[in-house]
Design a protein around this ligand. Sequence first.
Ligand SMILES: C[S@@+](CC[C@H](N)C(=O)[O-])C[C@H]1O[C@@H](n2cnc3c(N)ncnc32)[C@H](O)[C@@H]1O
Length: 247
Amino acid sequence: MKNFIRKANSFIKDLLLVSRVGILLKPFRFAFGFVYNFSLLSSWVNRHSKNVPFSDFYKPTRSYANRVKLHEHVIKSQGLDQKPIHYLEFGVAGGTSFAWWVKANQHPGSLFFGFDTFQGLPEDWHFFKKGAFSYDIPFMEDARGTFIKGLFQDTVYTFLANYSRNVDNPQATRVLHLDADLYSSTLFALTMMAPYLRNGDILLFDEFNIPNHEFAAWNDFVRSYYIKYEVIGAVNNFYQTAIRIIK
Ligand SMILES: C[S@@+](CC[C@H](N)C(=O)[O-])C[C@H]1O[C@@H](n2cnc3c(N)ncnc32)[C@H](O)[C@@H]1O
């Protein structure tokens, strides 16, 4: 019986492949993908929402200013104002969040790296077209800060080769701020950072609860790299979410 089911399964699948059913299904791809990722996101939120030490879930309205409260909480709860950090921001745009972190941590041993095309998004994202968020490289007076211009896919390999050889400091907690909006960019940044993650490193997501983008990237990353973590804070119903790596 099992053999028959296996054979029937292969036969039907191959028939569907040869029938090019993909052309018929194409208009539904986004909807199917959204429903799939939304169901994963909803289960994820249900699983985590009761144990998050700093959270506003559920709140009927969102305020972007709440992300500052989340970042302040992360700094206080992890003692990040008293120690060196390596802050890597993926998606800098005009540099608002980058400048905030440089000011919030004054430790002389801290370093801040900001990655961006500075020519805007490399793909369309929701209502935003490719090229949205294009800014000049921000002015940075603090010598601890560096901007790396270009697609992550072109710059991060070289950056990390030098970082791991000459810059990395086991005493510094890494704070990765993932604010590139797109699935592809977020997954690429996470994947590149995977070999370097240490116990206690912090990941900040700026658009975490968007099912097909940052959330899908995080979910695929966790599944593929067997990442262990705890959620240490969330605001705006998990729109901004802070995660601590456990190793
Ligand atoms: C929402 S903006 C960042 C906002 C900023 N963190 C803030 O809060 O002030 C997203 C940025 O990600 C950048 N970005 C997205 N994907 C990228 C990629 N693959 N390589 C380089 N930059 C990327 C875009 O250029 C854009 O400036």
